[in-house]
Ligand binder design. Structure first.
Ligand code: ADP
Ligand code: MG
Length: 271
């Protein structure tokens, strides 16, 4: 009987839908009008709900690739397949930059509400307040909702920037070196909080960084780019379970993976 139950469970599991590909980047190359060859045939599939980190030296086309994915720039060749809400793809992608780009004259709550006002026209004020309140709580800055950006620390401003990107509840969140300007302690704390948020909300995340240690701490998968023109030179599964806790940073297996990625990058640079 037990085995029969097990057999049924396995059958049920196998019948579940395969994991959906939310983003299908196929052979994307980009040469700017200036002649700079930024990307060379980048191919990458991203599964729904996954967390992928993209690492590579400065100038390897990471930001260019994110901008192409977000539709802010077009590739010279190749294609981008999205499985997002087709009618409003822009509302279904959140973008977080290294600079929090908050409006100095508006409160944190007003800043965070901007995408709701601009993109989801027709939402009433009560609904806007409710959603804003919700995302402020997710990132732990509800106490600062009436403060102005200048009154917040860099880490808190970055939390506000993440909250703003999440107000429209996008399926895909693109983060371009969001924590690069923060001190080490704030950065470590934001890494952990971002992961907790991801485990709760399960947006699909693509996180660009040039910190290998940050990439390995955060992601399920680390995609390594070569120096310009950026190509994918490695795609590495990171085996650590979630929730990932600070002690992972002292783990030998973690250091070994970081060293492996670092060696691959070093050999790509000297090639
Ligand atoms: P990364 O984010 O990996 O540091 P970028 O994607 O910003 O790299 O840039 C890749 C290359 O493309 C760099 O050499 C950069 O100078 C160049 N580049 C980026 N944007 C433009 C642009 N709008 N026009 C011309 N060259 C650009
Ligand atoms: Mg960049």
């Amino acid at each position: 009987f037990r085995n029969a139950t097990l057999f049924e469970s396995v059958k049920t599991l196998m019948a579940l839908e395969p994991i959906k590909t939310i983003l299908d980047i196929k052979g994307v190359s980009k040469t700017f009008e200036s002649g700079t060859h930024a990307l060379e045939r980048v191919t990458l599939k991203v599964s729904e709900g996954s967390f992928v980190a993209l690492v590579g030296p400065s100038g390897s086309g990471k930001s260019t690739l994110l901008r192409i994915v977000a539709g802010l720039l077009s590739g010279t060749s190749g294609s981008i397949g999205h499985d997002l809400n087709d009618d409003v793809i822009a509302n279904d992608i959140g973008f977080v930059f290294q600079d929090p780009t908050l409006m100095p004259w508006a409160t944190i709550a007003e800043n965070v509400a901007i995408p709701l006002r601009l993109r989801l026209k027709g939402l009433g004020n009560a609904e806007i307040d409710k959603r804003t309140q919700e995302v402020l709580a997710w990132v732990g800055i509800d106490a600062f909702k009436n403060a102005f950006p200048r009154e917040l620390s860099g880490g808190m401003r970055m939390r506000a920037s993440i909250a703003r990107a999440l107000t429209t509840q996008p399926s895909l969140l693109l983060l371009d070196e969001p924590f690069a300007a923060l001190d080490e302690f704030t950065r470590a704390q934001l890494n952990e909080d971002l992961l907790n948020l991801w485990e709760d909300r399960r947006w699909t995340g693509i996180f660009v960084t040039h910190s290998i240690r940050e990439a390995v701490f955060l992601a399920e998968r680390v995609v390594v780019m070569s120096p310009r023109p950026g190509r994918v030179i490695a795609d590495i599964e990171i085996p650590f379970v979630y929730p990932r806790t600070p002690d992972l940073r002292n783990d030998h297996a973690y250091s070994d993976i970081c060293a492996d990625i670092s060696n691959r990058l070093a050999s790509a640079i000297t090639d």
